[in-house]
Design a protein around this ligand. Sequence first.
Ligand SMILES: C[S@@+](CC[C@H](N)C(=O)[O-])C[C@H]1O[C@@H](n2cnc3c(N)ncnc32)[C@H](O)[C@@H]1O
Length: 237
Amino acid sequence: MNKSFLDLASDPHQYDSVDIDWNKEGNTDSPTRMFYRYYLLPELDVKGKNVLDIGCGFGWLFPSLVEKGAKEVVGIEPSQKSVAFARERYPSHNIIQSTLEGYRAERKFDVCVAVLVFEHLRDLKASLKQTRDLLVGDGKFFLITIDYDYAMTSRFNYKMDVEKVDPVTSVTKTTRDWGMVYDICRMPSAFIEAGMEVGFKEAKDIPISPNMDTIQFVPRYRDLIGKNVAHLLVFSK
Ligand SMILES: C[S@@+](CC[C@H](N)C(=O)[O-])C[C@H]1O[C@@H](n2cnc3c(N)ncnc32)[C@H](O)[C@@H]1O
């Protein structure tokens, strides 16, 4: 039976596929990670806090979290390849091979972070509830997600196909030079509404748009200056 785009996007082993070389995109100093770090770091207050990086990939964020004073950084990540890479690169951090759905923590975190991971989580409300449950009483959740309209737009030399799921959700299949990825793309309003439904008190939407500084990391974003390519959503418990 043919799998739907939604099945393929939410397959937790997608990043172990031979179709993806995540090293090109997910490594610590890749242009796009530098781009996201620029927008995320000023918002993150992790001094003295324990932090969970959900879908940590290659662990690119760990050094910045430590530099910002995090007391402890834990990563969860379902991809075997990514876990092996992250463990080798960052042996002092606890990296657990798990999906968010399968993660049974016996403790809580002050801060959770997820960068471009909810694109692979099928049940948005359940995933936000699970993240909220992982936080301490006044904990915060920092989520970066691709901008919906940007995700629907044909760009660069990518080959793209789109399947619409509902008025605020579509799944894209994007083929780039480093691989083919299926992503569930949702409007920020879908996240905020679901976040409020599962009991977050507040959600802030910080649009991420390339500027003169960040096109130095990603020159191909030059024509996108001032346009939204992603959102940093900050949820407070
Ligand atoms: C676009 S990559 C982002 C990785 C990393 N956060 C980064 O910014 O480089 C998406 C990540 O989500 C992970 N992922 C997929 N399904 C997941 C799930 N159910 N729970 C947690 N992580 C998941 C993938 O294995 C992959 O590492």
